[in-house]
Design a protein around this ligand. Structure first.
Ligand SMILES: NC(=O)c1ccc[n+]([C@@H]2O[C@H](COP(=O)([O-])OP(=O)(O)OC[C@H]3O[C@@H](n4cnc5c(N)ncnc54)[C@H](OP(=O)(O)O)[C@@H]3O)[C@@H](O)[C@H]2O)c1
Length: 246
């Protein structure tokens, strides 16, 4: 049976929303966390709130393999034995149909949502394996399952991660590393602000949403399963949400 707490968890996208909530819940139950993101000020605030003995922070752009590698190599000894990876950093850019989406936005989504997951997974994998109780949790999206207008590139990146996770599991199952995909629906984070950019209204304004903490709790639940059990996928949506966008 897995002993609750006392894990060392690497969380990407920890400066906001689901990642930040995840860091807080993990620490509250006794885990050590490495919190990554690009905004130093946010990371420092999180560390001041949760305590430097509980959380190590690192400025890291997940699009850069070098930065991910360096963040891992620079871990202080107390945080170096990482056994759990939460691939959470991600974003959607734009509210238009595909034909009006510029290539820079497409590239940013693919590099962050797909390559970011691959970079972190490849750098962390040796540590996860040697821990004897490794776990990778990918934060995907219900956009991976249910098509919707203007979903195009973002939804495809999440389908990529879903499929990557499911396939990775087949090779890691015999090596003591579990893999879980967590697919949230509409959640109250900065996601829609980042997505809408200069647009006045986010497309989901006024609609009921999950709280970031709801998704974080699902991630913690998956991690808490006994060692002999693997939560393959969790789809968590607001009770009133029936499609990706309503
Ligand atoms: N909110 C929703 O409705 C929803 C629904 C389904 C799935 N999701 C998924 O949930 C995950 C978390 O998003 P959220 O809703 O919590 O949104 P959020 O509040 O905007 O948080 C996104 C996080 O990703 C980080 N990030 C973005 N680009 C990055 C990069 N290049 N390198 C490192 N970190 C980067 C951001 O940190 P910095 O800007 O500081 O780098 C931030 O901490 C994402 O993968 C998203 O696709 C969200």
């Amino acid at each position: 049976m897995y002993q609750r707490g006392k894990r060392t968890v690497w969380v990407t996208g920890a400066t906001s929303g689901i990642g930040r909530a995840c860091v807080m819940q993990l620490i509250q139950r006794g885990d050590r966390v490495i919190a990554l993101g690009r905004r130093l000020e946010r990371l420092e605030q999180l560390q001041a709130l949760m305590g430097a003995h509980n959380v190590h922070v690192a400025v890291c752009d997940v699009r850069s393999l070098d930065q991910v590698r360096r963040s891992f190599e620079d871990l202080p000894p107390d945080f170096a034995a990482v056994d759990t990876l939460v691939n959470n950093a991600g974003l959607m850019l734009g509210t238009s149909n595909f034909e009006y989406t510029d290539s820079e936005a497409m590239s940013t989504m693919v590099m962050t949502n797909c390559m970011g997951v691959l970079h972190n997974t490849s750098v962390l994998l040796p540590s996860l394996k040697s821990s004897g109780r490794g776990h990778i949790v990918n934060v995907t999206s219900i956009a991976a399952y249910y098509p919707y207008l203007t979903g195009h590139v973002y939804a495809a990146t999440k389908a990529f991660v879903e499929h990557f996770g499911a396939n990775l599991r087949t090779e890691l199952a015999s090596q003591g590393v579990r893999v879980t995909n967590v697919a949230p629906g509409r959640s109250d984070t900065e996601f829609q602000i980042v997505r809408a950019g200069k647009c006045a209204d986010a497309p989901t304004a006024g609609l009921p949403q999950l709280k970031a903490g709801d998704v974080a709790a699902a991630i913690c639940w998956a991690i808490d399963q006994p060692k002999h059990a693997n939560a393959n996928s969790i789809e968590l949506v607001p009770a009133c949400q029936t499609l990706s966008f309503r």
